[in-house]
Design a protein around this ligand. Structure first.
Ligand SMILES: Nc1nc2c(ncn2[C@@H]2O[C@H](COP(=O)(O)OP(=O)(O)OP(=O)(O)O)[C@@H](O)[C@H]2O)c(=O)[nH]1
Ligand SMILES: [Mg+2]
Length: 653
């Protein structure tokens, strides 16, 4: 199977899961077993399934064949190369190829001048007017190529202007851009490109990120602090003709290999193996040569040979376009694609699957315990009524008194519950405040001011360190609130279980560790990058660290937004079953009382009432069976192992 087929499978799986969740939602509504909270939870799961993106980034020094490899892996069905690939620097700005449902088919280019502002690319993504937009015609490969060639546009500006936009200048051309004889330096016209076009793979949620070489990567902190670390796969490309050069090594160390050892989703590609096919050496010699180059590259990079994939992107592309299977095998592209799919899809599937399983299993358990509670209540009522057969008025009166006193007792319990619930909402407000965006905004502003005032590297560094320390403290305070909320919930649960015999599933926990880890990673990535910035001259240092900080702040905001969303979701998840059960029990007591009252007033005959209750009993039994069948469909769809597509078993009506 090609990567493309694996991807379609994955997206079919997501589609099937979404269908199963939608069916559960409809069924709950039909049977009046859901409520607004449950609906929101299922919507959240559906959103996750629908918006799921899979980002694959290509990183390397210029001319290693990134664009060619993208063409070969993803876009060979256009019958030509669509991303420009040629000698010299071709891709001048990070380029995202994607498709979002309902989007315009277009190329969006962000002018390089926007670097002078504090806004990060992700912030600017929401400001349409900041971008230059042109419609994209995919009618032919040629028109597509012409439009995509724009990612390579450059212009010449003077040194001051280039430095102001955050480009490092170096007369040697090693640590920055080299000024030409006219004193001007060549810079990209664009800071970022987004290409929206409805290619089948992109429609399925694939986002391909093509990047320019080292000088350009380093100048755009967002790429290194946010886009690359969050990519689901990063392919690092070397050329077999150039081996591992010093700048290849820098990119590898600083931008790709974030931690020690081999990481999932980080692959090394040794491209251009066709340059060894000189027609003189025989295949064994060539293979031996490739193997030697692979192990030497692995050694230099500090990884093992099985993680280095020798390929020929160019021959792979030609082979696909001309349907030449022998050439495709020789290009060794399929082996790379297989490793990429195996790294990428099962892990991704597990993460998404787990989160959806978590949500739906909870909702199903809640619905089930609701039906069980109703059923138990109903059977109790049935028992009471059958016992009344042949009894006189005074027994019926006694019965009524008994139920009434039970109801009063429960109502008193409710008063306590409401009191506790208001404490609960204070606690959750505190929690959301600590995870709040206002607090974050304040911290960000404060740090930015401290950085402006800082005259030396030390001051800049202190300001930043303080920022991370305070963010972590906020998260840690939230975990104390979470513990408090858990204690309270526990007490409430105990009271209702012991005093009123309600059956409640214990509430799930909530942890902020994940967000603390995000902040840790962010700090680590920042520290790796900032050391380079701090050795620069004072003015450049300030602009560059500010720029870094803007990205850090934007990334931290995303973490906090995520924490907020998850906390709200959690609060809904813990409160909703309790509220439902309490409401339900209250209703049940009322129904019992009504029932006996009506018999007492002889408006209903006992047998009619018993008959009615028996019918409801059957309905509920049927509901339990249907719920079980929905649950098993969900489980088999969500939890299906391997990469094969899953047939959705239809629901037994
Ligand atoms: N022989 C050979 N040449 C290749 C192969 N892949 C790419 N090339 C050539 O290498 C040159 C650079 O390829 P690109 O795809 O533009 O490389 P890139 O990494 O995207 O380069 P930039 O966009 O400039 O950073 C082009 O001339 C390609 O034709 C390959 O597998 N074999
Ligand atoms: Mg390129």
């Amino acid at each position: 199977m090609t990567l493309a087929q694996h991807l379609s499978d994955y997206s079919r799986w997501r589609h099937d899961c979404a269908e199963a969740v939608t069916r559960l939602r409809a069924w709950l509504n039909q049977n009046e077993l859901g409520d607004a909270q449950v609906d929101l939870r299922l919507q959240y799961a559906l959103d996750r399934l629908r918006d799921d993106k899979l980002v694959v980034a290509f990183v390397a020094e210029f001319s290693r064949g990134k664009s060619e490899l993208i063409n070969a892996i993803f876009f060979s069905d256009f019958g030509d190369r669509i991303l420009p690939s040629s000698t010299g620097r071709t891709t001048m700005c990070p380029t995202e190829l994607q498709w979002s449902a309902g989007a315009q088919q277009e190329i969006r280019l962000l002018p390089i001048e926007t670097r002078a502002t504090h806004a990060t690319v992700s912030e600017l993504k929401n400001q349409a007017e900041a971008w230059f937009t042109a419609p994209l015609s995919t009618a032919s490969a040629t028109t597509l190529q012409e439009a995509l060639a724009r990612v390579g546009e450059t212009k010449r500006v003077n040194e001051g202007e280039a430095a102001g936009l955050g480009f490092a200048i170096d007369p040697e051309g090693e640590r920055g851009l080299r000024p030409g004889a006219d004193g001007l330096v060549e810079i990209p016209c664009w800071r970022h490109a987004i290409i929206q076009f409805p290619h089948p793979l992109l429609e399925q949620g694939l986002v391909v990120l093509d990047t320019p070489g080292l000088n350009a990567i380093g100048a755009e902190p967002e790429l290194t602090l946010s886009l690359l670390p969050s990519a689901h796969a990063v392919l690092f490309i070397l050329g077999i003709d150039t081996g591992v050069t010093q700048s290849d090594l820098t990119i590898w160390r600083d931008y790709v290999r974030a931690g020690r050892g081999r990481q999932k989703g980080r692959l090394v590609v040794l491209n251009k193996i066709d340059s060894l096919w000189d027609g003189l050496r025989d295949n064994d010699r060539i293979d031996a040569e490739i193997a030697a180059q692979v192990s030497s590259a692995a050694e230099t990079l500090g990884t093992t040979a099985e993680h280095v994939f020798p390929v020929s992107a160019q021959k792979g592309l030609v082979a696909r376009i001309t349907s030449d299977d022998a050439l495709l095998a020789r290009s060794r592209l399929p082996a790379l694609e297989l490793a990429l799919s195996e790294d990428l899809l099962p892990a991704k599937r597990e993460i998404i699957g787990d989160s959806v399983v978590g949500e739906t299993a909870d909702v199903v358990a809640q619905a089930r315990s609701l039906v069980h509670a109703r059923l138990a209540g109903l059977r109790e009522q049935l028992g009471e009524l059958t016992d009344l057969r042949g009894k006189n008025q005074s027994v019926i009166e006694y019965m009524m008194r008994k139920i009434r006193s039970e109801k009063d007792e429960f109502d008193q319990g409710l008063q306590k519950y409401y009191a506790v619930r208001s404490v609960f909402s204070t606690l959750t407000n505190n929690l959301l405040h600590h995870l709040g965006l206002d607090t974050l905004r304040l911290e960000t502003r404060r740090t930015r001011e401290m950085m402006m005032e800082a005259a030396f590297s030390r001051g800049l560094r202190d300001a930043m360190e303080g920022f991370f320390v305070r963010l972590r403290a906020n998260l840690r305070n939230s975990s104390e609130e979470v513990a408090e909320i858990m204690r309270m919930l526990d007490a409430m649960h105990k009271r209702f279980t012991v005093e009123h015999g309600l059956t409640l599933t214990p509430p799930p926990g909530f942890s902020t560790i994940r967000y603390e880890q995000d902040i840790d990673h962010l700090e680590q990535a920042f520290n790796r990058q900032i050391n380079t910035a701090l050795i620069l001259a004072t003015t450049e240092k300030h602009t560059l660290t500010q720029k870094f900080f803007d990205t850090v702040a934007a990334q931290a905001r995303r973490t906090f937004e995520g924490a907020n969303r998850d906390a709200e979701q959690w609060i809904r998840a813990v409160m909703s079953p309790l509220e439902t059960q309490v409401r339900e029990y209250q209703l049940h007591l009322k129904r019992r009382l009504e029932s006996v009252k009506r018999i007492h007033q002889a408006t209903d005959t006992l047998e009619d009432r018993v008959g009615e209750l028996r019918e409801s009993e059957h309905t509920m039994e049927r509901q339990l069976a249907e719920l079980a069948s929905l649950e098993s469909t969900l489980q088999s769809t969500l939890g299906s192992p391997g990469l094969d597509s899953v047939a959705v078993s239809s629901l037994a009506a």
